[in-house]
Design a protein around this ligand. Structure first.
Ligand code: NAD
Ligand code: UD1
Length: 339
C-alpha cells in the first residue's frame, strides 16, 4: 500500500515526502521535472534514509499513469503536480488550463479505472480572491481570481467536489495553502525557483546570497498598518505535516473536506524583510515599486477548522525561524539544485 505523490520532486512535495516517510507511509513519486530536479528526491533519501521510488512521467500521459497504478499498490493520491507561476499563466492561459485541468482530469480518470478514490489536492488561498473580511474561514465565499493559475485552482476544487458528490466512495480533501516559506532544518531541500523568483521569500534569499541586487516592495500605500500587503506565511514543514493529518482523515472515509493551512497570523512585506534581517544579520536592500497587479491588500487564514477536525496546527514559532530555515537552504545551496 502506497501513497502516490504527484509533483513530489517540487518544493512542497519533497518536504511532504519527508513527513510521509517519517510517518512510515510507503511513497511513490511521479513528476515530469518541468519545474524541479530529481536531486531533491536524492536529498529526501538522505534525510529519511529510505528509498523514494520515482517515475518521471506527466499527468497528461494517461498510459504512463495507468502503468504506475498497475505496478504499485496505490491507495491515495496527494496531488501537487501543476504549473504555478501567476504572471506566466496570464501569458500562457492554454498551457495552464491544459496542464493543470486536463492533467488532473487525466489523473482522476486513471484513478477511477484502478479503483483509487482518495485524493488530497493542493489548492490555494488565491481561491478567495479579494476577501471581504479577514481572517478567511473555509465558509468565506470564493472570489474572482485575478489570473488563469488561480482559476485552475478554483475550477479544480469545483470539479473534485462534483466528482465526490456524484460518487460518495470518493474522499476528497482540498487544502488551501496560504504562503509556504522555510525549508527542512537540514538545509538539504528547499525552494528552487527557475528564473527570477515571483514570490517574496525566494526573492529575499536571492538578494541575501548576492544573486539579485535589491528587492522591490510592490506598493506601500495599501490600507494596512505599514502600507505593505499582509499575508499568512506558513512553514513548509508544517504544511507537509498537514498532509499527513489529511491522510488520516481520508482513512476515516471523511468524504469532502476543505481546510485552510496557514498560521492564522498576518505579516506585512516589511515585517518579513525585518524578520529575515534579524534572523540572519544580513541587510536586505529594497526600494518601493508600484503595486503588483492582482495583489490583495490582506489575506490570512482562520485555521480553527484544521485544528478541530485534523488536529493540525502550525508548530513553527514564528517568522524569524521560518526565515532562518529559508536562509540555511539558500546559503548552503546558492544555486539551488543546480551545479
Ligand atoms: P513546484 O513547482 O515546486 O512543484 C510542482 C511540481 O509539479 C514540480 O516538481 C513540477 O515539475 C511538477 N509538474 C508540473 N506539471 C506537471 C505535469 N504535467 N506532470 C507531472 N509533474 C508536473 O510547486 P510547489 O510550490 O511545490 O507547489 C505544489 C502545489 O501546491 C502546486 O499545485 C501549487 O499550485 C500549489 N500551491 C503552491 C503554493 C506556493 O506558494 N508554493 C501556494 C498555494 C498552492
Ligand atoms: C502569489 C500568487 C498566488 C499564489 C502564490 C503562490 C499573486 C497575485 N498571487 O501569492 O496566486 O498561490 O503566490 O505561488 O501573484 N512581494 C514584493 N516583492 C516581491 C515579491 C512579492 O513586495 O518581489 C510582495 C507581494 O506584493 C505580496 C507579498 O510580497 O504582497 C507576497 O507575495 P508572494 O510571495 O508572491 O505571494 P502572494 O502574492 O500571496
Amino acid at each position: 500500500m502506497a501513497i502516490l505523490v504527484t509533483g513530489g520532486a517540487g518544493y512542497i512535495g519533497s518536504h511532504t515526502v519527508v513527513e510521509l516517510q517519517n510517518a512510515d507511509y510507503d511513497v511513490v513519486v511521479l513528476d515530469n521535472l518541468s519545474n524541479s530536479s530529481e536531486k531533491s528526491l536524492k536529498r529526501v533519501e538522505r534525510i529519511t534514509g529510505k528509498p523514494v521510488p520515482f517515475y518521471r512521467a506527466d499527468i497528461l500521459d494517461k498510459a504512463a499513469l495507468d502503468r504506475v497504478f498497475e505496478k504499485e499498490n496505490i491507495t491515495a493520491v496527494i496531488h501537487f503536480a501543476g504549473l504555478k507561476a501567476v504572471q506566466e499563466s496570464v501569458r500562457k492561459p492554454w498551457e495552464y488550463y491544459n496542464n493543470n485541468i486536463t492533467g488532473t482530469l487525466t489523473l482522476i480518470q486513471s484513478m477511477r479505472e484502478h479503483g483509487v478514490k482518495n485524493i488530497i489536492f493542493s489548492s490555494s488561498a488565491t481561491v478567495y480572491g479579494t476577501p471581504a473580511q479577514v481572517p478567511v474561514t473555509e465558509e468565506t465565499p470564493k472570489g474572482a481570481c485575478t489570473n488563469p493559475y488561480g482559476w485552475t485552482k478554483s475550477m479544480l476544487e469545483q470539479i473534485l467536489q462534483d466528482i465526490q458528490y456524484a460518487d460518495r466512495e470518493w474522499n476528497v480533501i482540498l487544502l488551501r495553502y496560504f504562503n509556504p516559506i522555510g525549508a527542512h532544518k537540514s538545509g538539504l531541500i528547499g525552494e528552487d525557483p527557475s528564473g527570477i523568483p515571483n514570490n517574496l521569500m525566494p526573492y529575499i534569499t536571492q538578494v541575501a546570497v548576492g544573486k539579485r541586487e535589491e528587492l522591490g516592495v510592490f506598493g506601500d500605500d495599501y490600507p494596512t498598518p505599514d502600507g505593505t500587503c499582509i499575508r499568512d506565511y506558513v512553514h513548509v514543514m508544517d504544511l507537509a505535516a498537514g498532509h499527513v493529518k489529511a491522510l488520516k482523515k481520508i482513512e476515516e472515509n471523511a468524504g469532502l473536506c476543505i481546510y485552510n493551512l496557514g498560521t492564522g497570523k498576518g505579516s506585512s512585506v516589511l515585517e518579513v524583510i525585518h524578520s529575515f534581517e534579524e534572523a540572519t544579520g544580513i541587510r536586505i536592500p529594497y526600494s518601493v515599486k508600484p503595486r503588483r497587479e492582482g495583489d490583495v491588500p490582506e489575506n490570512y487564514a482562520n485555521v480553527e477548522k484544521a485544528y478541530r477536525e485534523l488536529g493540525w496546527k502550525a508548530q513553527c514559532p514564528g517568522l524569524k525561524e521560518m526565515c532562518a530555515d529559508s536562509w540555511r537552504w539558500q546559503s548552503q545551496n546558492p544555486n539551488g539544485y543546480g551545479e
